[in-house]
Design a binder for this molecule. Structure first.
Ligand SMILES: *Cc1c(COP(=O)(O)O)cnc(C)c1O
Length: 431
């Protein structure tokens, strides 16, 4: 029994009835706080980010477009005959969604998934013509945007239906949707007990056409495979998903495309169905080291902006968290927690300079952090510092991966990449 097995969680139920607005997915109760009865005048703002022209500081993220294309090809190979729809939520995992989408669309991606309506609008406006699936399920009443831009919303709540149908009538075309089923995440999705009731409600809206059926896996990177036989929680989820497809088909909803796989499932070749949704793998990170073929797409570099020698006993940074045991050389770099360098890396993390790994000393501050470069002969002001990625220099070659940073920061690689803030300009390069 895997550690995600239902029985483990079911034995310690927690009723959170002190949070009145928790469940939004009970089709028995359509009276909820979605403002979908008031669709007029809603404008969806696009996200904003620093432009390369804003780069006065030497801190920047470089995104390798060839690595993105390579990773897409790896995902396509693992996906077999399934379509590949990269997930570009959270600004393309921090890489800049429009540039990533344009690159991957040209390289053959057949669609993209995002979490927010705003993210889909941004991609359409950037000229992306591929299918755009909006997975988050919160539309804030902006159904006309969905219809007008031919976005594909994921629905799981009958409160979505009325507004979508009205927007379809206004736009004078049918709106395609995907239905999400909750097979074990307990996050979003029609519950297994509500499938028939939901199907019946959908049937009342001929302007809405269900083209896809999806679910999301909770433990795709963890469960054991016994030979070719998949066991554990993922197997249970897949069985429930198949059951949901059968029951919905009986109730008159038989979508052409079923999809469930995230990066971990794709790399393991499980739950591939008709389409797959790789996120982190596209950016070159393999969950649970399931692949060695992927190439990290992002590199973050900055420069030393100050260099000083301190005496034994002197302290560094806020709170004096680091105290030098012997005379030390301290370098200041303009990369702080407001740029996405977690404060938990204070006195723990590393960067690379002249090809050598050096420790972060003292507290990471908002805009800057300090490095102990005592053991870096030949160091000078303006030397390049690698925060994430590889560097080759006079003293060697080293790599700091998002996995390593995550490990040191008590985080996961997804969190590290998406934390790189908008203040860090993204630069795009071919190899
Ligand atoms: C984020 C997300 C994915 C992609 O997950 P990765 O582990 O990054 O591949 C796929 N599907 C859904 C519903 C998601 O929210």
């Amino acid at each position: 029994m895997g550690r995600c097995h239902l029985g483990v969680n079911a034995s310690t139920p927690r009723i959170m009835d002190d949070l009145p607005s928790l469940p939004l997915s009970n089709p028995a109760n359509p009276n909820r706080r979605h403002s979908d009865t008031n669709a007029d005048g809603i404008r969806v703002q696009k996200p904003r980010r620093a432009a390369p022209a804003d780069a006065i500081r030497p801190t920047r993220a470089e995104v390798n477009l060839a690595a993105l294309r390579h990773n897409l090809r790896v995902a396509m190979r693992h996906a077999g005959s399934a379509q590949v729809w990269p997930v570009l939520k959270a600004d393309g995992y921090g890489h800049g969604a429009p540039a990533v989408a344009r690159t991957l669309e040209q390289a053959g991606a057949q669609g993209f998934c995002v979490a927010l309506l705003e993210e889909a609008v941004e991609l359409r406006d950037a000229g992306v013509t591929a299918k755009l699936l909006v997975m988050g399920g919160y539309y804030g009443g902006a159904y006309e945007e969905i219809a007008a831009r031919r976005l594909v919303p994921v629905i799981y709540d009958i409160s979505h239906l009325e507004g979508l149908a009205r927007a379809a009538r206004t736009a004078d075309h049918i709106v395609d949707v995907h239905v999400k089923v909750d097979t074990g995440m307990a996050r979003l999705g029609v519950r297994m007990t509500d499938l028939e009731g939901f199907a019946e409600k959908v049937a009342g809206y001929p302007q809405i056409r269900v083209r896809g059926l999806m679910t999301h896996l909770a433990c795709a990177e963890a469960d054991p495979c016994a030979g070719s036989e998949l066991t554990g929680y993922t197997a249970e989820q897949i069985a429930r998903f198949n059951e949901a497809a059968t029951r919905l088909a009986r109730a008159g909803i038989a979508p052409r495309v079923r999809h469930a796989a995230n990066s971990a499932a794709i790399l393991r070749g499980i739950a591939l169905f008709d389409a797959v949704r790789p996120g982190i793998a596209i950016f070159g990170i393999a969950p649970a080291n399931l692949s060695t073929e992927l190439r990290p797409a992002m590199r973050i570099r900055t420069e030393i902006v100050d260099l000083r020698t301190i005496a034994a006993g002197d302290s560094v940074g806020y709170g004096g968290l680091f105290r030098a045991a012997c005379p030390s050389v301290i370098a200041t770099v303009p990369m702080g927690y407001a740029d996405g360098l977690s404060r938990t890396l204070s006195n723990r993390g590393h960067m690379i300079v002249r090809g050598r790994r050096v420790p972060i000393v003292g507290a990471v501050s908002m805009d800057m952090s300090m490095l102990d470069v005592t053991n870096v002969p030949g160091i000078t002001l303006h030397d390049e510092v690698t925060v994430l990625g590889s560097q080759e220099g006079a003293l060697g070659k080293d790599t700091i991966s998002a996995e390593q940073i995550a490990e040191q920061a008590g985080a996961i690689p997804w969190e590290i990449l998406t934390s790189i803030s908008r203040r860090v300009p993204r630069f795009y390069r071919e190899p």
